[in-house]
Design a protein around this ligand. Structure first.
Ligand code: NDP
Length: 244
């Protein structure tokens, strides 16, 4: 961590993986804004427990992002680190998948990549420094039955990362993506027990990952010494799927 005060926004930063990321960034000295969608109770409890300010807006809505980012910058100062973590699932086999379930997932991820990065990218380019860390998924790398929407969304996050990394490489801004495997959060708690047993049996490490382990990967990529690491995809899945 440099002398300069770093300021981060973590989308979906009040629960699960995002909460662990917010706490980890604060621990190493960042000012952190934790964004969330609508669960006020969880967000307020998180904010109180960790003394991290929370900001409610929908990352699927461009105008809401512009306003939300402005509110964060007014309160904390110029943001130099974005962790695009918010994501949702609406699983069904394609023959049962509704247009609404398709759109819901696509508008949170990958549209939030555009909605969050576009309003801040010029500022980062001009500052000559920035860190953008996007959270995709193992299922964006390998595809997953019952998740055509989610797999397409998360593959889109990887493509967005690779393209933006090239655009801003000369400006001191890095853009990387982390692909978690199955992590012990509310999202995975929603998976039926029998299905989850099958999933764990297919993870060579023999367990789910933890949110703290994902936060550790974010700290590594956010570090000022990680300036040569950009456009990369970091798989963090207990060797469940080893991408080339
Ligand atoms: P959780 O469901 O535990 O938490 C989701 C967080 O995102 C909450 O803070 C939620 O806010 C917020 N959020 C959801 N939609 C929006 C929105 N439209 N605008 C703003 N905030 C929103 O998720 P996880 O921690 O499990 O997952 C975090 C990320 O990691 C996601 O992108 C997910 O796809 C990815 N991932 C997760 C894996 C896992 O095994 N858990 C595996 C691979 C990837 P609120 O509390 O208000 O609802």
């Amino acid at each position: 961590m440099s002398e300069k005060q770093r300021i981060a926004i973590v989308t979906g930063g009040t629960r699960g993986i995002g909460a662990a990321i917010s706490v980890a960034l604060k621990r190493v000295g960042y000012k952190v804004a934790a964004n969330y969608a609508g669960n006020d109770e969880a967000a307020n409890a998180f904010s109180k427990k960790h003394d991290i300010p929370v900001f409610k807006w929908d990352v699927g809505d461009y105008d809401a992002c512009v306003q939300g980012i402005a509110a964060v910058q007014q309160q904390l100062g110029p943001v130099d680190t974005i962790v695009n973590n918010a994501g949702i699932t609406r699983d069904a086999m394609l023959h049962k998948l509704t247009p609404q379930a398709w759109r819901d997932v696509i508008r949170v991820d990958p549209e939030s990549m555009f909605n969050m990065c576009q309003p801040l990218i010029l500022q980062m380019r001009e500052a000559g420094f920035g860190r953008i860390i996007n959270i995709s998924s193992i299922n964006g790398q390998k595809g997953q039955m019952g998740q055509t929407n989610y797999s397409a969304a998360k593959a889109g996050v990887i493509g967005f990362t690779k393209a933006l990394a090239q655009e801003v490489a000369k400006k001191g801004v890095t853009v990387n993506v982390i692909c978690p495997g199955y992590i012990d959060t509310d999202m995975v708690a929603a998976v039926p027990e029998k299905v989850l047993e099958g999933i764990i049996a297919g993870i060579p490490v023999g367990r789910l990952g933890s949110a703290g382990e994902m936060a550790h990967a974010v700290l590594f990529l956010a570090d000022e010494n990680a300036g040569f690491i950009t456009g990369s995809t970091l798989t963090a899945n207990g060797a469940q799927f080893i991408a080339g």
